[in-house]
Design a protein around this ligand. Sequence first.
Ligand code: IPE
Ligand code: IPE
Ligand code: MG
Length: 249
Amino acid sequence: MTAELDKTRIPQHIAIIMDGNGRWAMDRGLDRTFGHKAGLDNLENVTTLCSNLGVKYLTVYAFSIENFDRPAYEVEALMGLVLSFIKMDLFHNNNVSFHVVGDRDRLPKSVQDKLRSMEEETAMYDGMAMTIAMSYSSKQELVNATKLIARKVQNGEMSADDINEETIRQHLWTSWMPDPDLLIRTGGEVRISNYLLWQCAYSEFYFCDTYWPDFNEEALHKAIESYQSRQRRFGKTEAQVEEEVKVKK
Ligand code: IPE
Ligand code: IPE
Ligand code: MG
């Protein structure tokens, strides 16, 4: 076990790019789809860990719009896994609500229905909000928001001059959640792959080589420790931020 975490500075919102499933499976001589199965199993573990730590929002990247360009058998296998994944006890036992962000219309109808029923069945839980980004593209999310706003301007509901950052935020699929404090990417790549581009403007980034199915409690603690060792300045100077902390205490 790693050092104790500072319980007063647990990130409110953790976003994760769950990468490395395919390589995890291939290292074991298995088909890539076994990696996705192991990855979904691990999502259950990490959801429980985050909920126990007091994280309020966990938003995980499970499938990008670009991922539809993978071989059809892999896409089909993934959709099938989503249908069978995550026992509902995970939500019932941990007071966790389930949500989806992404372009749902591109998903098979059976997957859309399953995700919708999971959302409805867990809507009353007010512990942690667990969101899965499925058929997600941050650029598409921004295009969608732009269209919604343009229509309002066209209908005379608002004027173009009134558009500000808050207007855009309110029209994103993620409008109901705060921005991520910590973004974790597993699997060794150091890129954002079209994930939460607007929302991560001031998130702390943490990249690790561990493949997603192996990302366990110790790995999660390391990521949070790294987060806790940083000073978030939001454009201000180090001295200004230190002063603000003193005044709060
Ligand atoms: C992430 O793992 C899951 C999805 C993108 C669906 P990958 O499938 O990208 O695994 P690697 O990166 O090929 O190892
Ligand atoms: C990003 O992983 C998307 C998910 C983890 C769901 P990818 O493996 O698709 O990302 P790239 O293509 O390597 O950037
Ligand atoms: Mg990958």
